[in-house]
Design a protein. Sequence first.
Length: 289
Amino acid sequence: MPIQGNIRNFSTTQLLNLINLARKTGTLTFFEGVRTGEKDAMGEEKMAPGKPRAKVSFNTGKLTYAALDNQDGNLISVLNKAGKLTDEQARIIRERAKNTADKALALLLMNANYVSQSDIVSSIQQHTLDVIYNLLTWAEGPFRFDDGIMPTNDRIQVPIDLENVIIEGSRRIREAEKLNEYLPNLDFALKFPENPKEKFKGIHLSVEEWRVVSFVNPKNSIRQIAKANNMSDIEIRRIVYGLEQAGLVELVKPPGMETTTRPGRPAAARAPQVQKNVVNKLIDKIKSI
């Protein structure tokens, strides 16, 4: 029987900790919350599971796979995002290797000397961690853990110990709160300051930072830039913050934007305090499986 609930009552960090301690094997799915208009025992509005937002899989308590529904998580995109494949290489490989499973594609890429096994492992591991750290910032929404359910065999799975993930994730939650306060609205756009060539002289940016810079235009919202570069909200906020603090870009209100919300003012919403009885019930349920 699946374990289910809402992360506003039982956080993702607590779920990871329980799965780690119980050495569980299975898949944790997060859903969009569909409000029912009804109240639960704690007076909170009930949410029915809607469209899946993310899936995270575990093998004997180790993190092995993570994917966001709105992100392209195939091997080509992961390697491209990690800077192991150029945009042109990624485009060509997509055209030539349509419908090729990730495991088979990995062998083709290694045999063709595009990437090494180490490149593939490190890129997948980083992608998986980026997804998890993004999930840890979510404040509410239904979840379900299905025991024994795993991704299809064509996906490459890299086992990751959860202890360090939980510690690092807690630090990033605090960072995410600050970034949300700095940039609560991703519908703002970016523009270059005066004399941008002078400001970029001697600047060393990462691959992802250069990709964001290439989309800087008052007509492009930050949300659109994130989608074009396959980035999560937390990733784009972090990059924009660094670029803005370095004086390389400026935040602007795009044409036609109706909201009056300005970056840096609203504070990030915090998840309600977890109810102890809910936590205890979920712990007992996991231990009984």
